[in-house]
Design a protein around this ligand. Structure first.
Ligand code: HEM
Length: 118
C-alpha cells in the first residue's frame, strides 16, 4: 500500500543521511557505529516486515523484539526525540502515498521511539 521495499529504503537512507549530516542529531549519531551501512540495510528490512510486507528481517532475527534489542542502549528522552524527529523528517521528505498511512507511520514510530527512553 505504501510502495514496497524502494520506499522503505528511501526513508531509511534519508533518515541516516539526516543523522550523519544534521548536527541536531549528533547525540544519536554518536550512539551508532561509525559505519552506518549495516543499518541502511537492516532498518528498511525491519520496517517492511513491521508494516506487513516481506518478513526477511524477522526470519533472519528469530524471536528478536525491537524493544528488547534496544534495552541495553543508553536511550534517554533527548536521543529518543532525535530519533523520532529525524524519522518524521525522513518520511515527510520521501512523502509516500497515501498520506494518511505515512502520517500513521510517523505517529506509531514516534511512540515506539519515545517508549524506548528511560
Ligand atoms: C529511541 C531512539 C533510538 C535509538 C537511540 C536507537 C539506537 C540504536 C543503536 C545504537 C543501534 C545499534 C546500531 C549500531 O551498532 O550501529 C540500533 C539498532 C537498530 N535500531 Fe535503533 N534506536 C532507536 C529507535 C529505534 C526504533 C524506534 C526502531 C524501529 C522502528 C529502530 C530500529 C533499529 C534497527 C532495525 C536496528 C538494527 C537491528 C539489527 O538488525 O541488528 N531503532 N538502534
Amino acid at each position: 500500500m505504501i510502495g514496497g521495499a524502494p520506499v522503505f529504503e528511501a526513508i531509511a537512507n534519508r533518515f541516516y543521511d539526516l543523522m550523519e549530516q544534521d548536527p541536531a542529531y549528533a547525540a544519536l549519531r554518536a550512539m551508532h557505529a561509525e559505519d552506518l551501512a549495516p543499518m541502511r540495510q537492516s532498518l528498511p528490512r525491519f520496517l517492511a516486515g513491521w508494516a506487513g510486507g516481506p518478513r526477511d528481517w524477522f526470519e533472519a532475527n528469530p524471536g528478536k523484539c525491537m524493544m528488547s534489542l534496544h534495552r541495553d542502549f543508553p536511550i534517554d528522552r533527548t536521543t529518543a526525540d532525535q530519533w523520532a524527529e529525524a524519522m518524521t523528517r525522513a518520511i515527510a521528505d520521501i512523502a509516500p502515498k497515501p498520506a494518511n498511512v505515512a502520517q500513521a507511520m510517523i505517529d506509531v514510530l514516534t511512540r515506539m521511539a519515545r517508549n524506548m527512553a528511560r
